[in-house]
Each structure stands twice: as C-alpha cells, then as structure tokens.
Design a protein around this ligand. Structure first.
Ligand SMILES: Cc1cc2nc3c(=O)[nH]c(=O)nc-3n(C[C@H](O)[C@H](O)[C@H](O)COP(=O)(O)OP(=O)(O)OC[C@H]3O[C@@H](n4cnc5c(N)ncnc54)[C@H](O)[C@@H]3O)c2cc1C
Length: 478
C-alpha cells in the first residue's frame, strides 16, 4: 500500500469498527465526532507534514527492512542519525499542532520491541523477534499508527499483580490455546487509541517468578473483538463537542481507557509470553524512548507558547516591557535545554545486539525531569505575560450576541488597529495550551511518574566513578 496522505489516513480509520463509549453513550461515528476528530487531526498531522516540502526529509526515510520509503513513526532507530531525527521531527510536529500528536508512543513501543524481542529469543529460543519483524513490515508497508498500551490500573500500589484482591488489576493471560492466548484486564490513559490502527501492549512494571500470566506483550487491531475504548474526560473537551471556544481550532488530544474483555491474540502477534525477567527491560526501553520523544515534542509546545506570549505582548501593548522580554528569554532557555538534553541522549545512543539503536537513558530521563518542572514553569511565565483573561474570558457566543456582543468587543480592545477578535482567539489558545488536562498532565506523568525518572537516573548512573574522582582529588587512597 505504501505511504498514506493525511486524507487517506483518515479514510483508513473509517474502515475500523471499534467499540467506543463517551460520556455514557456508545459512539459509532468516531472519525466525525468533533471531540475525537480533533485528536485524529493531530495524528493526521504526522501524515500531513510528510507531504510538505519543509518537513519531508525529516519525516520520510527508507526502511532497510522493506527497502521502501516509510514515515519515521514506523521506523525503529537503526543509527544515531535516526535517534536525532526522532527528536527533530517531534519538535517540528509539535510546532505544527501545539499539542500532542499521539503517534510517538507507537514508535516508542516498536523501538523497544525491536531490541528486547531479540534478547528474549537469544535466551529462550523463542520466535518473538520474527513475529515482531513481520508485524513491523505490516506497519511500515501500510504506514499505520499504533498506540502504547503500557499502563495497567495496578490496584493497590503496595501489592504486585498476583497479590491483588482482583486478579485483573494488571492485564492478564486468562487462557493459553494452541493458536494463541486470550487476555483480560485494562490499560489506562491510552493516548490516541482512537487515532490508531493497532494497539501495542507491553508490561507496565518489572515482573517476578509467579507473575508469568502478566508478563505479556502483543499487538491487536484497535477494533479487535472484546476491546472497548472508553474516552476519558479532559478539562476542555466539552468545547470541542459544542464547537465553540476551542482555542486550538484544529487539534486536540484524548486518552481513553481500554478494556480487554477476553481478547484473542494469535501466536504471530505475541512478543512476550511469560518470560518474566524481560518485562523490566521492555518497560525501561519503552519509557526511556518515550521520555526522549516527550522532550522533542514539548520543546515544540513551548515554542508555540512563546509565540502566543509574544503575540499577546503585541496585542496588549507590552512588547517593550522589560520583564516580559526577560520572561520570554526564560521560556526560550527552558525549551532549548529540554531539546538539547534529548539531542544529547540521541548522540550518546548505542547499538544493541539486535542491531537497533538505543538512546542514553540517563540523559533522556534527565530531560523528562526537566520537562516535568520546566514546562509547568513555562506555562506560568506565559500566563504572567498575557494576563488574567486566560481564566475567564466570555464565550464567543457572547461576543457574537447581537446585544451584548458589540459592548464586549468595544471593551476587550487593547492596542489600536489590532482586531479584537484576534486578541480573543489568542487568549483562547493560551488557555488551551495551559489548561487542557489531557496534554498538560502528561508533561508530569506521561512516560511514568516523576519518581520513576529519578529512580532510573540513580540506577543507571556510574556512582562509583564519581566517588573515585572525588577521592583522587582529595588525595584519599582508594
Ligand atoms: C495525559 C497522560 C497520557 C498518558 N498516555 C499514556 C499512554 O499513551 N500509554 C500508556 O500506557 N500510559 C500513558 N500514560 C500513563 C502514565 O505512564 C502513568 O500515568 C504514569 O506511569 C503514572 O502511573 P499512575 O497514573 O497509575 O500513577 P501511580 O503509579 O499511582 O503514581 C502516583 C504516585 O504514587 C507513586 N507510587 C505509585 N506506586 C508506588 C510504589 N509502589 N512505590 C513508591 N511510589 C509509588 C508514584 O511515584 C507517584 O508519585 C499517560 C498519562 C497521562 C497523565
């Protein structure tokens, strides 16, 4: 089939028939539902930029596996150059959509699987890597999007999968058959599951002996029998349904809960099945890749926030105010430090036994810690610069009202010559970028909780060599 245009991508989703619930109702028109469509448009941008002269070289490359041009979002990294391009592409698309495009998680799963399935086979004589390669060919040849089914509900956090009162707090193999397995349970916060053709499931945590039924990785179509998407609420989602005050007029993000009610996975779609010691490796590889993806993307989101702040400085009459310029500088250096850290994690990447490349985990986790704090700080700076209307501007319906509208438009004017409508639109965009929970909360918890990033840094760092440096400098014999 080959590369898809954005329109072909959207049409391809129409061929799927997923079971979807939203706000207590069954939804059948996923692609045309305005709330869901805004998320689909954001993923559609990964196809759209691939058609644009400006981005084509960044977005399209040749897959050595199928020897054909592919979108980078289906290419596990085979070189340092590929690792670097991931970051650049994520930043470019974030500039285009101003929110989460939702396609990076699938690539992060493919990238992790390209490394770990090989290692499992080496130890256990299994054929997961071959299953994965065939799946990857299918993804690449058809230019498909996948999401990441990683996060389990986890129940009581002090207990492991087998100690829970309910044995499906972690997604579980409930039946082993000669032709495959049957799984039940749920995965939560599923960014872009309804923008995806395929759902890739990986374990959410390290597993121990006894956890064999939970150490499972596989892929199923987004409309597999028994799979149910329940769309999560996000703080501004009602506006997309109403079609007013959206802020970002094209794009948004949604994160459904995915219930697996006895879903069958055929043997050739299984990538891990009971090899408990490799669950942790899948988690580390996926989450480190994902933390790197975040850095490129969120640097691009801060770019959009800086653009909104500068524009409102022009509209409000504060473009020459010194402390506003300083705050813009503070936003720029935060975006660039984040970007620099992700690029560094790419340049320090190393080839793995399977041939794929893996980033430097310490640097990618450092960038995620930076993002968690500094994106929030950048939002604070943006709101400081633009003023309080981010919180409580009247609706566009009021601005268009025949009686109150003209009065509102008169009083909401600022700099002479700037159409009041433009000022209103820009405030609304700032509100969306600052307060859409599905996007802003992922800056903190996406790719694992902040503590998970810190623990990874401590575990992966060479602490002994740091001590040796200090001991030598102090003249202490070791
Ligand atoms: C907007 C958004 C998008 C996301 N997208 C995806 C996605 O596409 N795919 C996906 O699979 N996941 C996704 N996630 C999930 C994300 O990875 C998780 O939210 C994250 O791993 C934290 O898990 P949790 O929400 O269950 O919180 P918890 O794990 O409950 O963490 C809450 C707090 O408790 C602490 N804690 C929990 N358990 C322990 C313990 N045993 N010991 C010590 N401290 C503990 C944590 O460190 C944290 O401080 C997304 C999350 C968000 C918010």
């Amino acid at each position: 089939m080959g590369l898809m245009t954005k329109d072909q991508y959207i049409e391809s989703l129409r061929k799927l028939n997923p079971v979807v619930y939203m706000f207590g109702e069954r939804i059948t028109d996923v692609v045309d539902n305005p709330r869901l469509r805004a998320g689909i448009e954001a993923t559609g941008a990964t196809y759209e930029v691939a058609e644009m002269d400006e981005y084509r070289d960044l977005a399209i490359t040749t897959s050595p596996l199928i020897n054909e041009p592919v979108n980078r979002f289906t290419l596990p990294p085979g070189s340092i150059d590929d690792l670097v391009h991931r970051v650049k592409l994520n930043r470019a698309i974030a500039n285009h959509v101003g929110t989460c495009h939702q396609r990076c998680t699938g690539l992060d799963c493919l990238s992790a699987l390209s490394i770990v399935t090989y290692d499992v086979d080496q130890k256990h004589g299994t054929s997961y890597n071959q299953n994965f390669i065939e799946f990857l060919k299918y993804m690449q040849k058809n230019d498909l999007t996948a999401n990441a089914g990683v996060t389990d509900l986890k129940g009581d956090r002090s207990k492991g999968p087998t100690q829970q009162a309910d044995d499906e707090m972690y997604l579980k193999i409930v039946e082993r058959r000669s032709d495959g397995i049957v799984v039940s349970g749920a995965k939560v916060h599923q960014t872009g599951s309804l923008s995806s053709h395929e759902i890739i499931v990986l374990p959410t945590r390290a597993m121990r002996k006894g956890d064999e039924d939970y150490a499972v990785a596989f892929a199923v179509p987004a409309d597999a029998e028994g799979l149910i998407h329940v769309v999560g609420r996000s703080s501004l989602d009602g506006r997309e349904l109403e079609g007013v005050d959206c802020g970002n007029v094209r794009y948004s993000k949604n994160c459904p809960t995915l219930i697996f009610d006895n879903v069958f996975v055929p043997n050739d779609r299984i990538f891990l099945c009971g090899e408990t010691e490799f669950a942790v490796d899948m988690v580390i590889k996926f989450s480190s890749f994902h933390r790197q993806s975040h850095g490129g993307c969120k640097a691009g989101k801060i770019d959009c926030m800086i653009g909104a702040a500068l524009t409102l400085m022009d509209y409000n009459g504060t473009s020459k105010v010194g402390h506003h310029k300083q705050k813009v500088i503070d936003m720029i250096h935060r975006a660039e430090t984040l970007y620099g850290c992700c690029l560094a994690s790419s340049y320090e990447g190393k080839q793995q036994a399977s041939g794929s490349y893996f980033i430097d985990t310490i640097l990618s986790n450092a960038s995620k810690i930076h993002e968690g704090k500094e994106l929030s700080e950048s939002i604070r700076l943006m709101i400081d610069i633009v003023g309080g209307f981010v919180a409580d501007m009247p609706s566009d319906k009021d601005f268009e009202h025949p009686e109150i509208g003209p009065k509102l438009k008169r009083y909401f004017k600022a700099v002479e010559g700037v159409p009041v409508e433009n000022r209103i639109k820009m405030f609304r965009l700032v509100e969306k970028m600052a307060m859409e929970s599905a996007d802003t909360i992922s800056d903190i918890h996406g790719g694992g909780s902040p503590e998970a990033h810190r623990v990874t840094i401590l575990r992966e760092s060479d602490l002994e060599s740091k001590k040796r440096s200090a001991l030598r400098l102090a003249g202490i014999e070791g």
